[in-house]
Ligand binder design. Sequence first.
Ligand SMILES: [Zn+2]
Length: 132
Amino acid sequence: MDSKDKLRKAGLRPTKQRMIIANILLDGVNRHFTAENLQDEINSSGNSMSIATVYNCLKKFRNCGLIKQIETSNDTAIFDTNTHQHHHFLNEETGELIDIEDDEINLKSLPKIPQGYYSNGVEVLIKLKKQD
Ligand SMILES: [Zn+2]
């Protein structure tokens, strides 16, 4: 399936900007990135896109489930092309995320889900600080 088909299948019209981003992000290689990282990559590939456009596209991609946004306490949003359930190490100094496979974490006891809700997934973020 090419990028155009992937966008259509996700319910997104394949505009020029979305195609540029899809060609970078949906190549089957998992990656964590910020909007700024992606903008650098777009610009160095000979295209140009404003950061606002990059953000808008990423929001659409996220809402359609093509990418995930990782919840960190950092101000900068970090996105992930691996949309399967998995966990992360977060290097607090560099902001780098490292994947942890879902079955590497064993959650023995979870609180009762509030009535009227169901769990839509559990994501663990292990924050790393360098030892002296
Ligand atoms: Zn990840």
